[in-house]
Design a protein around this ligand. Structure first.
Ligand code: SF4
Length: 433
């Protein structure tokens, strides 16, 4: 039985009640949002000992960490270290994008390793297994797409990215479009190639009900992938992007008939001035379903710093109403990320997340920010270190050049403005919240 079916019967699981408390909303509010399709809580019961998280309207914005092997590097120890780091840094979900090595074994080991909700892009397994058997995804039959879903469902995957929005008409439109970068989604490009060469409709689109049947049986949340997301700021908001959004809207209606939870994936590369409009338009077109954005990156030229590039876009997207932020690392567009890249990517997105949740007036976030400022005013360095998002890095910098006056720092030293003002004014800041 899916969560939606349970709620329709008036059975509210304990984890939903706990989430309502953590999200500072009432139980009836969150139940109503889930029933309307505006909030999802991914939760395949076969993924044991998992931490549940709510994604969607009225919730804290969440961040996802992508991990996974490639054909050039398949090191499961490294991928496990990435999971440990993501958990330590309090990321909200994990997605395994592995395409190299024994990806079934890797997935099973990674799911059993993490308490975080776990997502995959099943078409990668279709491609990787056919690559091994016959050299390419082109040899895959329609049934292969569904046997992979079944297998991953039995492994305990909590949410699937399914690129069901790329259909024959989309392929036709891609061929006629004047895009700078045609299809940058890996899943989208694989499906485009499979459809083009085999002259067959996308199985996920044609037989979407089969996808939903599996999702229903295992209570898997479907994340409708944006195969046609803009991969250049010059393609943002074009006809292809919005055509796919319309198809996705139709698929959401079908999912409602199956009581399956659904998210929508969004851009991509979007210039700063177009983000707010895009987020609002996509949310409107998709019935306010939870929106999961990849960045978006606000420029195309920041390779090596795409975690910052994307975190800028993510903060604006979150402020405009996006619900779920997929992190990027400095290695984006360049190579498979290592553990330091993952750390930098998570941190950039933790800042975007904190900024968005502050703007949403979330009490725990406001409280932490106020405590930082109060500790800064008192020049209480121990307290500040406890509250910083990355206290290890903060301690490293403070100890790099210790101050000559212990309650200041070596940036201004005796000209510390906070210290100069101290004693001249006496104010109570407790009422700032
Ligand atoms: S010395 Fe300057 S930078 Fe350091 S705490 Fe004081 S005002 Fe801030």
């Amino acid at each position: 039985m899916t969560l939606i079916q349970k709620l329709k019967k008036g059975n509210v699981p304990g984890y939903v009640k706990n989430i309502a408390r953590c999200e500072e909303v009432s139980e009836s509010f969150i139940v109503d949002k889930i029933l309307k399709g505006e909030v999802v809580i991914p939760g395949n019961p076969l993924h044991k000992d998992k931490r549940f998280t709510a994604i969607g309207s009225g919730m804290n914005v969440k961040i996802n960490v992508n991990i996974g092997t490639s054909g050039d590097r398949s090191d499961i120890i490294l991928e496990k270290e990435k999971i440990e780091l993501a958990e330590e840094m309090e990321a909200d979900t994990i997605m395994d994008l592995s395409v190299g090595g024994d990806i079934c074994r890797i997935r099973r080991e990674l799911i059993s390793k993490t308490v975080l909700p776990f997502g995959t892009v099943p078409v990668y397994q279709v491609a990787a297994s056919k690559q091994y058997e016959s050299g390419s995804i082109l040899g895959a039959g329609e049934s292969d797409f569904f046997s992979v879903l079944q297998q991953q469902a039995e492994d305990g995957v909590d949410f699937f990215t399914i690129h069901a929005g790329i259909n024959f008409e989309a392929v036709d439109r891609i061929k006629k479009s004047s895009r700078v970068l045609d299809v940058v989604s890996r899943g989208g490009a694989l499906l485009f190639e499979w459809m083009e060469v085999n002259q067959k409709e996308n199985p996920y689109y044609k037989y979407f009900e089969r996808v939903l049947e599996i999702a229903q049986q295992y209570d898997i949340t479907i994340s409708l992938g944006d195969a046609l997301r803009p991969g250049s700021v010059f393609d943002a908001g074009d006809e292809l992007q919005y055509y796919e959004t319309l198809v996705i809207a139709e698929l959401i209606k079908k999912a409602k008939d199956f009581d399956v939870q659904v998210m929508v994936e969004g851009p991509g590369h979007v210039p700063l001035h177009k983000i707010e409009h895009q987020i609002k338009a996509i949310k409107d077109m998709t019935f306010n379903a939870p929106l999961y954005v990849l960045g978006p990156l606000v420029v195309d030229s920041a390779a090596g710093y795409d975690h910052i590039n994307a975190a800028i876009g993510a903060a604006i997207a979150g402020y405009a109403g996006a619900d779920f932020l997929c992190y990027l690392t400095p290695a984006e567009h360049l190579c498979l990320p290592d553990i330091n890249d993952v750390r930098d990517g998570i941190m950039a997105f933790k800042i975007a997340q904190q900024a968005v949740n502050l703007s949403r007036g979330k009490r725990a976030v406001l409280d932490r920010e106020l405590k930082v400022s109060q500790a800064r005013k008192k020049r209480d360095w121990d307290e500040q270190m406890k509250l910083f998002l990355d206290n290890k890095k903060a301690m490293h910098y403070r100890s790099k050049l210790p101050p000559s006056i212990s309650d200041t720092c070596s940036m201004c030293s005796k000209y510390c403005s906070i210290k100069i003002m101290d004693g001249h004014l006496s104010k109570n800041t407790e009422s700032a919240l």
